[in-house]
Design a protein around this ligand. Structure first.
Ligand code: BG6
Length: 484
């Protein structure tokens, strides 16, 4: 099914997210003629604008964030779909004009009453807005389908996430809720399943018999920038680990469903998230490394004595027969040496001491590296003989660079998210059960961190973060087993 005719209603239309991500995504979809035939955007925000002023106000940012050359004709076509509505989110009576606008536009654009709501506002408004949508009959299934897309953060712990979810569920069904985790639509995150399931060399060896450890990384060079107010209350565990990092872990570790339906996929991921082993207090030292970059305190809207972590490295185990004893290392942070994301599967060494007998040389373990960004690709490392010698080993890489292929043009995350929501495909969105399981597990770490501010180590900007490899005994899971 293609994207279906609908009205998209954006709450928070004058915000950063709308102009930097949503409008450029809509522009690209328009350029590729992927938008539904009858499609309108109702932009809702506090400011008093008319539609022309609004469109003019988002144009510059939109232009700056488009990949292709900006075409006037495409922009005009898109701009023609916009309708601005000013609204104070907590003023109930003002929702009547919104309702009227939606009703008239619904008829005019023949969008058949399908409505795609999008929360691009700060989370404190989610509850209020949803409540008013319900009270004023703006969410009405008699019109057509009604869906809600929600940005993170989805709560700040299990309790607040539950509360938010209950509020949403008073108005929307689980099938109508599209909780965004933009990592799920990254091209190589999606490719992970194919690489694994479509290759006989990987799926049969995707387990504790063959895999030594897994490393999941997402690092950034930038600091918190203008988001200090939010980030200082969040920290890396909430901002990255609870969602993106655990989602990548779940996709890597889950059992492969026979059919990749949204339901199957989400059910398998939940099982992994529920199998995350809690950290014992005594072992925190060897499981969790937290850091804060130097001069983080000088960032805008960050508390002068903040102990918020901007770096986290974790050593995680799963209570799961496939992964017995296999550590998963999660590493993420800001103001580090490079912007990169990837998943590395490190295999065990061949049985016996083949390498030592043959060559007196230590074998390098096989590695499968899924490169997510900025490079998209797959690297497989393995051992060969050094040319011209008989018994010297050499580790080499087979390197597939996906973004080097001519013609690949990975759509931006938000293009795919919007299209999927219009089609009603939930595979790349998180189910409540996943969100809840992730929060329950991470809550214990967050409370431990809050009680142990001394655990947050300072690290220089542009470095690799605080020394974590030794503490987590990162190099090999085997070493630790030997010590025990
Ligand atoms: C967001 C976090 O979810 O992901 C940000 O809130 C982070 O703090 C961003 O910078 C990273 O996303 P990406 O796609 O640049 O890796």
């Amino acid at each position: 099914a293609g994207a279906m005719n609908c009205l998209m209603v954006i709450f928070g239309a004058t915000g950063d997210l709308t102009s930097r991500k949503l409008v450029p995504a809509l522009y690209h979809l328009e350029a590729k003629e992927l938008l539904p035939k009858a499609f309108g955007v109702v932009a809702v925000a506090r400011k008093k604008h008319n539609t022309d002023e609004y469109v003019a106000s988002v144009r510059q940012q939109a232009e700056a964030h488009t990949r292709q050359t900006f075409e006037e004709s495409v922009w005009n076509k898109l701009a023609g779909r916009f309708h601005y509505q000013s609204l104070e989110f907590d003023q109930g009576d003002q929702y009547e004009s919104l309702k009227k606008k939606l009703d008239t536009l619904g008829e005019k654009t023949e969008s058949s009453g399908n409505r795609l709501f999008y929360m691009a506002v700060s989370p404190e408004y989610f509850g209020t807005i949803v409540q008013h949508l319900k009270n004023h009959g703006i969410v009405n299934r008699k019109y057509g389908w009604q869906r809600m897309m929600i940005e993170k953060p989805f709560g700040r712990d299990a309790a607040s996430a539950r509360e938010l979810n209950q509020t949403l569920r008073m108005v929307f069904e689980e099938e109508e809720l599209f909780r965004i985790d933009h990592y799920l639509v990254k091209e190589m995150v999606q490719n992970l399943m194919t690489i694994r399931a479509a290759n006989q060399i990987f799926e049969p060896t995707w387990n504790a018999d063959h895999i030594d450890h897994v490393q999941i990384i997402s690092t950034e060079m930038e600091g918190v920038g203008t988001r200090g107010a939010y980030y200082d209350q969040a920290g890396a565990l909430r901002d990255m680990v609870q969602n993106h990092m655990l989602q990548m872990l779940a996709l890597t570790a889950m059992e492969m469903p026979d059919y990749l339906t949204a339901e199957n996929l989400r059910a398998e991921k939940v099982k992994i998230l529920r199998s995350l082993v809690p950290f014992e207090t005594e072992e925190m030292e060897n499981r969790l490394v937290l850091g804060q970059y130097e001069r983080y305190h000088n960032e805008l809207k960050v508390a002068p004595d903040s102990t918020t972590e901007t770096f986290a490295a974790l050593k995680v185990f799963l209570d799961h027969p496939r992964w017995e004893g296999v550590p998963f290392f999660l590493i993420t942070g800001k103001a580090l040496a490079e912007k990169t994301a990837g998943i590395m599967i490190q295999y065990k060494l061949p049985m016996g001491s083949w390498s030592l007998r043959q060559t007196q040389q230590q074998l390098a373990p096989n590695r499968l590296i899924i490169q997510i960004q900025p490079q998209e690709g797959v690297v497989l490392s393995f051992n060969t003989k050094e040319p011209g010698t008989l018994n010297k080993l050499m580790a080499v890489n087979m390197d597939f660079c996906q973004n080097c292929l001519a013609g690949t043009n990975t759509p931006e995350a938000y293009e795919k998210l919007l299209l999927d929501a219009m089609k009603g495909d939930q595979s790349s969105f998180t189910h409540w059960d996943e969100v809840e399981a992730s929060w329950i597990w991470i809550d214990q770490l967050i409370s431990w961190a809050a009680a142990h501010p001394e655990a947050v180590k300072s690290y220089p900007k542009g470095s690799q973060g605080p020394a974590y490899e030794e503490r987590l005994k990162h190099a090999s899971a085997l070493e630790e087993k030997e010590e025990k």
